[in-house]
Design a protein around this ligand. Structure first.
Ligand code: SF4
Length: 448
């Protein structure tokens, strides 16, 4: 076994919350092995890039980073270089050929096996771990970015086949964790003083459908709704969030649970991707814009003030101006608190990437600009409702731009700044009167 005493590691994470959660667990494994965290990658003995391939731009980012460290390895031959995450899964052996200085290429499913894989590396091998495996529970303490909020994976992978999406091919089939394992992790977090958890899944509404058991009515025994009831009363945790929902499987029973369960925050993240039914069909999303709108209506019937965020893609192959306008119309009608927008990016191995009717980059960027403009206008309208209200803010950190201020979020997930001392307020839920509103954040004054 390689002597890790006094050795330092650095992890750079690209992409989504699932990658952040994987990086936290891999950091925990490295620290258990004796490595210490080093902020500056140029001072580290082990470098791990946890990568994203959701769009070409995200994928290209890691190569420039790798190039620099590959050069550094010429002066420091004992530097260990690792690529993890979705680019590693997508490229596998090719990456070892492309970058001779690389020691380990490991897919997302192998995150919990980092120690075993490094065994091979420290014995002088160059290792590739991308074969599909059953993800083993890892009890290693994750090295979490926050001391107040925590990510909790509930289901890995995705069985959907959205024609633009690379996730199923790089993260594999759905694998739900058992409610007991999830509850044990949350109990541990509550004991450690964490106040908020976010349950994570690429398609979180699929939670439990791969677990054994079904109810008398034939419904899956384990669902996201049942999980929320199951974990709700775990001591110490005061707020529960979850992401990412899928309109195809989103059920009214879940909305009722969110209304009934006090700790579950009034915020839903439900990507719609397009407002046009023909495009939704071509994307294999499995719902219509009418179905999506009815979900919004139901949420607002039960929780009129709920925050709603989503994702949308412009310039999907074949998208006409009229079809794009259907997306604009849906955004206009619903009024999202936040909308993550992106231009379609053809991904390796996805059906839509090889279709003839690709939309030009000029048209894509024109549509993205117009959509982003509308999103900002609607978000500014939506945010007005906070002005003068008293909101409960969970204080997470100091405002990096103003040391006299702290920052946190409303139950609706809106970032809020107010004057306060982080030593005194970190991890506390305090009442704040909102005095200033911006499209995507708020400012207020503490009320005692
Ligand atoms: S639901 Fe669709 S878009 Fe989301 S991760 Fe699965 S395949 Fe990708």
């Amino acid at each position: 076994m390689n002597n890790t005493q006094g050795k330092h590691y650095n992890i750079t994470t690209f992409g989504c919350q699932m990658n952040s959660a994987d990086s936290e667990r891999m950091a925990g494994i490295l620290e258990k092995m004796g490595f210490q965290y080093e902020e500056d990658p140029n001072k580290a003995d082990l470098i791990l890039y946890n990568t994203c391939t959701i769009r070409d731009k995200a994928e290209q980012k890691v190569y420039s980073y790798l190039g620099r460290q590959a050069k550094r390895k010429q002066e420091k031959p004992d530097l260990t270089l690792i690529v993890a995450g979705c680019v590693a899964q997508q490229e596998g052996e090719n990456l070892l050929r492309r970058i001779p200085e690389l020691d380990l290429v490991m897919g997302p499913q192998h995150a919990n096996r980092l120690e075993d894989l490094l065994e091979g590396v420290f014995n002088g091998d160059r290792v590739v771990a991308t074969e599909p495996i059953h993800i083993v529970e890892d009890i290693t303490r994750a090295r979490r970015e926050s001391e107040v909020t925590a990510w909790v994976n509930v289901i890995y992978g995705c069985n959907e086949r959205c024609t633009y999406c690379v996730v199923p091919s790089v993260r594999g089939i759905e694998q739900s964790r058992t409610p007991e394992a999830i509850a044990a992790e949350i109990k541990d977090l509550g004991e450690k003083g964490y106040k908020e958890i976010t349950l994570l899944g690429q398609n979180i509404d699929a939670y439990g459908r791969d677990l054994p058991g079904s109810t008398a009515s034939g419904r899956h025994k384990h669902t996201l709704t049942d999980l929320l009831y199951y974990i709700h009363d775990i001591p110490g945790i005061e707020r529960i969030r979850f992401a990412t929902s899928h309109p195809r499987y989103f059920v009214e029973r879940l909305i009722v649970a969110c209304k009934e369960l006090p700790k579950v925050c009034e915020h839903f993240h439900i990507p719609f991707q397009s407002g046009d039914n023909d495009i939704l069909k071509a994307m294999s999303r499995g719902y219509t814009h009418q179905k999506y709108r009815s979900i919004m209506e139901k949420i607002r019937k039960y929780m009129p003030d709920a925050s709603i965020s989503a994702d949308a893609i412009v310039g999907f192959p074949g998208e006409t101006e009229a079809q794009f306008e259907n997306t604009l119309q849906l955004v206009e009608d619903i009024g999202f608190d936040q909308l993550n927008t992106a231009a379609y990016s053809p991904r390796p191995g996805t059906p839509a990437a090889i279709w003839e009717n690709q939309v030009s980059e000029e048209v894509k960027s024109d549509r993205l600009q117009r959509l982003n403009h509308l999103v900002a206008v609607k978000a500014a309208e939506r945010t007005q409702r906070y002005l003068g209200r008293v909101e409960e803010i969970l204080v997470e950190d100091q405002n990096p731009k103003d040391p006299n201020q702290v920052m946190g979020r409303t139950r609706g997930n809106r970032l809020t700044f107010f004057t306060g001392d982080i030593q005194d307020l970190k991890g506390k839920i305090v009442k704040v009167k909102i005095t200033q509103v911006r499209a995507f954040s708020l400012t207020g004054e503490r009320v005692f």
